[in-house]
Design a protein around this ligand. Structure first.
Ligand SMILES: Nc1ncnc2c1ncn2[C@@H]1O[C@H](COP(=O)(O)OP(=O)(O)OP(=O)(O)O)[C@@H](O)[C@H]1O
Length: 294
């Protein structure tokens, strides 16, 4: 039976509805599966990194309500240190994200120890761009490897984001918005990666769904196409976050590994995630994956 999956992503939650086909405009049809799961890009990325075995901390702001409480509980259930805006040392990976744009610089300052003692910091654009930039600066000044995911995408990205990113990782549509050129295939992704690298990042990864990703590292001028495992995809929601969470895990745990190999392994983790429904609900644990990935 053909199957459609409609996913509604809010910043914090994801609703997934499965039906035989998509409804036409104005039409009501029956779905045969519906569930709500936890979401938010930063949260997804953090959960994936934690499930692979990384010690993770989340710098986030959640509402003071039952949704916020269950959101925090979900972090705890996944072994992630989180307490609204948290203070923690000794984490391999820190993810800065937020349920809203209200995370302020005092709260970020409270997370300084967590950020500067981590091996890797991952930021997206779920908090205000100024707070993301500030967090990236804190990391860079303390030699913490930075991974920046320019999502949700904005066209007029502050140029400092490129200079503060050791790894700048985006998908096709984000690359397209940022470069102004179409990115629909490997060749176009290679061009876009050159343009993004030129803006000052240490490396660029552009993910291409079932086609894997393109990796370009400074000072190289030749990008690498890293194919992914062909799988039968059920629901690709959150695949990009699974990829980034895994990327952070491998960068933190295998610092000497070539980025191309890191991306190959992250792609294999994400390829597992597309074989079941939802975002976090589909993310594999280390125990679910082959020993060759570790
Ligand atoms: N159909 C697929 N088959 C195998 N691997 C896939 C498939 N779709 C995605 N992946 C893996 O997941 C990675 C990220 O996917 P993609 O480029 O679609 O991210 P995305 O557009 O940010 O996803 P989303 O917005 O749904 O989270 C890919 O580089 C690839 O490794």
């Amino acid at each position: 039976m053909s199957c459609c999956v409609a996913s509604v992503l809010t910043e914090d939650f994801i609703a997934v509805i499965q039906s035989a086909r998509l409804p036409k405009e104005g039409e009501t049809i029956h779905g045969h599966n519906f569930f709500i799961g936890f979401g938010g890009k930063g949260a997804n990325q953090c959960v994936q990194a934690a499930r692979l075995g990384a010690k993770t901390a989340m710098v986030a702001k959640v509402g003071n309500d039952s949704f916020g409480d269950s959101y925090i509980q979900n972090f705890k259930d996944n072994g992630i240190r989180a307490c609204g805006c948290l203070h923690a040392g000794e984490n391999a990976i820190v993810i800065v994200a937020g349920a809203n744009m209200m995370l302020n610089k005092e709260e970020l300052q409270d997370a300084l120890a967590a950020i500067t003692s981590a091996k890797v910091l991952v930021c997206q654009l779920e908090i205000s761009p100024q707070m993301s930039l500030r967090a990236l600066r804190m990391a860079q000044e303390n030699k913490v490897t930075t991974i920046f995911n320019p999502a949700p995408a904005i066209p007029d990205l502050d140029p400092d984001f490129y200079r503060l990113s050791d790894v700048f990782c985006c998908n096709e549509s984000e690359a397209e918005l940022l470069t102004g050129s179409s990115v629909n295939n490997v060749e176009e992704a290679r061009c876009a990666s050159r343009e993004l690298l030129r803006r000052g990042c240490g490396a660029v990864i552009i993910t291409l769904g079932a086609q894997g990703c393109v990796v370009l590292e400074a000072p190289e001028s030749t990008s690498k196409h890293v194919p992914t495992t062909p799988v039968s995809a059920v629901d690709t929601t959150g695949a990009g976050d699974s990829f980034i969470g895994a990327l952070a895990y491998y960068v933190a745990h295998y610092p000497a590994m070539r980025l191309e190999e890191v991306a190959r392994r992250a792609g294999q983790v994400a390829a597992v995630s597309v074989q079941s429904m939802g975002a976090q609900s589909s993310y594999p644990h280390k125990r679910d994956l082959g020993a060759e990935l570790f």
